[in-house]
Ligand binder design. Structure first.
Ligand code: SDX
Length: 387
């Protein structure tokens, strides 16, 4: 029997639902002890080396790698959905460059705006859910790129239907087609961010769609959760830390002082990984080339010192680099402004949010946990004149 009335602290329970099981899934598996990540059983290292974002989206959605024909159909469907309504471009142009407006607020609102323009957004069927998932996953890239350009006072660049998803994002954001290395690195960034078990933003999406709200509402829930600095926003703050340190001569003293003050170091630690985050290792392998190209090697030298000292001092506690530690250095060196890091994280993670949402709908039960009530009971109502 679940105790629901108790004295404060009388009943022990895991804060933040730590370790609580939300549902069974066949999508992503995070082995926190070994520092391994699998999408439907395939390691993230293999996928980062051989796959594409479109193929990973298919794998997460349909629990199998697609045949050439299946992949080409998904690819064409994503390309046909790329464009967004003029009103959404207008909103982005008008608001995204506003002082102190966080791009995740613009992304959240722009995705929400898509729904009233989509006649099929309220359809309740599995086919509709999958179709909306593909639409939103495709359009997140267009919206994020338009936000990035509006923040620099630049007009949006409309999608190029001849480019693959990642290459098209860079084209729309940077204003011209990029070379193979940049396009491959963008594809890997989206693959690495596509899914990660029952993280806060995926769980938020699941709670929303479990009420049979539409897929747009579910994704807006995910974007809202990812906006927080303890979840999606750490990459931006990790870069600010590298900037504050300035150069490698200061790095060791800075991090030793921060550890002594028990500061939370952005880009380190993880609720599940108590080993090196495999995504950080993959990004680190690309960081040498992209920082050499950009002349930003000093960031990598500082980051390497921070990593060494953090592992020396806190590795025994299971504190290692997570995906956010190197993603900032990589994206900055690609020419991405920091405020766009988390919208790009969302542009990758939307594949996981929507794949889990479809899985939830296949075997749905509304999420409704309970509180333990520790307030007063049997309290009489006191009329206001007597208070
Ligand atoms: C993401 O869930 C996911 O899968 C998320 C994600 C995904 O792909 O969706 O992987 C993406 O969110 C990565 C994490 C990005 N956030 C950060 O880098 C922010 C900095 N990290 C911390 O805030 C923290 O590590 C969390 C929030 C990520 C996890 O924290 P937990 O599991 O709640 O751990 P905790 O805060 O209870 O800390 C346990 C101990 C504490 O020390 P003690 O009080 O026991 O002595 O570890 C210490 C903490 O002080 N600790 C850190 C630390 N993280 C934990 N100490 C220094 N720096 C850190 N970053």
């Amino acid at each position: 029997m679940t105790i629901i009335v108790a004295k404060p602290g009388e009943v022990q329970f895991p804060k933040g639902l730590e370790g609580a099981i939300a549902r069974e899934t066949t999508k992503g598996y995070v082995d926190g002890k070994q520092g391994k990540l699998y999408y439907h059983g395939i390691s993230i290292e293999e996928l980062a080396e051989h796959s594409t974002y479109e193929e990973v989206f298919y794998l997460l959605m349909y629990d199998k790698l697609p045949s050439k024909e299946e992949l080409s159909i998904l690819d064409m469907r994503m390309r046909q959905y790329r464009e967004i309504p003029d009103a959404v471009y207008e909103f982005i142009k008008d608001r995204a460059s506003g002082y102190n407006v966080h791009p995740m607020s613009v992304l959240r609102t722009a995705v929400s705006m898509l729904a009233p323009f989509d006649d099929a957004s309220e359809e309740q069927s599995m086919a509709a859910a999958e179709r909306e998932a593909i639409k939103i996953t495709s359009r997140m890239a267009t919206i994020t790129a338009a936000i990035g350009r509006a923040r620099r006072g630049l007009a949006p660049i409309h999608p190029d239907f001849n480019l693959p998803h990642a290459a098209n994002f860079l084209y729309m954001y940077l204003g011209e087609e990029q070379d193979d290395f940049m396009n491959r690195l963008m594809d890997v960034l989206l693959i690495l961010h596509a899914d990660h078990g029952c993280n806060a933003s995926t769980f938020a999406t699941l709670v929303v769609v479990s009420t049979l709200a539409d897929m747009y509402s579910g994704v807006v829930g995910g974007i809202s959760a990812l906006k927080g600095p303890l979840h999606g926003g750490a990459n931006e703050r990790a870069m600010a830390m590298l900037d504050e340190i300035g150069d490698e001569e200061n790095a060791e003293a800075w991090i030793l002082d921060a550890i002594a003050k028990k500061k939370k170091i952005m880009g380190f630690g993880h609720r599940v990984y108590k080993a090196y985050d495999p995504r950080a290792r993959i990004l680190h392998s690309y960081a040498e080339e992209i920082t050499r190209r950009a002349g930003t090697e000093h960031w990598l030298r500082i980051a390497s010192i921070i990593e060494r000292v953090m592992i020396e001092k806190l590795g025994a506690k299971g504190i290692f680099p997570n995906v956010d530690f190197y993603s900032g250095t990589v994206m900055s060196s690609m020419g991405v402004e920091r405020k766009l890091f988390t919208p790009i994280f969302a542009t990758g993670r939307v594949a996981g949010w929507t794949a889990h949402a479809v899985e939830q709908l296949k075997d749905n039960r509304i999420y409704r946990p309970r509180f333990i009530y520790v307030g007063p009971v049997n309290v009489a109502y006191t009329p206001i004149d007597e208070r």
